[in-house]
Design a protein. Structure first.
Length: 315
């Protein structure tokens, strides 16, 4: 009886199976260690973000003063918010603030980033411009209260001394209070946008500009046809972050004006705070927070939808 010896194909097959098993074992071990390392962050995300978000939706359908029993009322809190004049004022003021801050912040951040992209001491300038962004907003608001003071503030003093203009009552005039708060926010957030756009500029290859120079394009044409299109992904990111932040404005109006004068700086987050911790109607307050969440989500999704038309990636 003859026994057929295993050929080289059988040996190769066994080797491949062994390598495949070792690879799957190593991959499984890597996945386990990956889950181990992200487990603390995952627990934090679930406990401090996901669960509170779900409970917020539940609480928005209840009547609760923070101490007694909770009563389920369905969508009555949402209906009450849409009928509430203060809520309508808060939405209008927040939208006005967003229109003032977001476009201005983005334009200024792009201009500053382009101006600092090729200068010496770039790191020092980044530090100087970014410092207001990491400063406590309450401290900055207190300083700007003195700057905007109509009687002895530095802004009105310089307007009178240099231009002979009698400055307005910045924080007590309904026409100027929201632009004043917007000016403060633009100053505080300029550093963040500048750093983002600087990073975007450094990711643009110099070959584009060299080719444009050979074709005779001037600096303005290079910025218009090369820099801005290739900065569009950064612009998209900064726009979304800026819109989200602008709809959540609270510190400045709370410290500087307490929502006044005549509710002219009364924002959505201020309305949420006042409804919860002044009126003690936590159900209505949470319903306003849910509406704010849905507004921000809708604007973000809309931006992501239209980004296909104006965001250009290099590849």
């Amino acid at each position: 009886m003859k026994v057929q010896a295993a050929g080289p194909d059988a040996s190769t097959s066994l080797t491949r199976e062994k390598v495949k098993k070792n690879f799957l074992k190593k991959k499984t071990a890597d996945n386990i260690w990956g889950f181990v390392f992200i487990f603390p962050q995952l627990v934090g995300l679930i406990c401090f973000s996901l669960i509170p978000l779900i409970l917020s939706f539940v609480l928005s359908m209840m009547n609760w003063d923070g101490f007694g029993e909770r009563t389920f009322v369905g969508f009555e809190n949402f209906a009450a918010q849409f009928k509430d004049e203060e809520f309508k004022i808060a939405v209008i003021n927040t939208a006005y603030y967003t229109l003032l801050t977001v476009p201005t912040s983005i334009v200024l951040a792009i201009l500053v980033a382009i101006g600092l992209n090729k200068v010496r001491g770039k790191i020092l300038y980044r530090l100087i411009y970014f410092m207001p962004n990491i400063t406590m907003s309450v401290a900055v608001a207190v300083v700007f209260m003195w700057l905007f003071n109509a009687d002895f503030g530095l802004i009105n003093l310089y307007l009178k001394e240099w231009f002979g203009i009698e400055g307005p009552r910045w924080l007590t005039d309904t026409r100027f209070v929201m632009p004043s708060i917007a000016l403060l926010s633009i100053w505080m957030g300029l550093g963040f946008g500048m750093v983002m756009f600087l990073a975007g500029l450094q990711g643009i290859s110099s070959t584009y500009y060299e080719a444009a120079q050979i074709d005779g394009a001037n600096k303005w044409q290079q910025i218009l046809h090369i820099t801005l299109p290739l900065l569009s992904p950064t612009t998209f990111f900064v726009t979304i972050i800026s819109i989200i932040g602008s709809f959540q404005v609270f510190d400045q109006s709370f410290v500087m004006t307490s929502g006044g004068p005549a509710k002219a700086s009364y924002t959505m987050v201020f309305h949420i705070y006042e409804t919860a911790f002044v009126d003690f109607t936590f159900g209505k307050s949470t319903s306003a927070a849910v509406i704010l969440f849905l507004i921000i989500l809708t604007l973000t999704l809309f931006q992501m939808y239209i980004s296909k038309r104006w965001v250009h990636y290099e590849d």
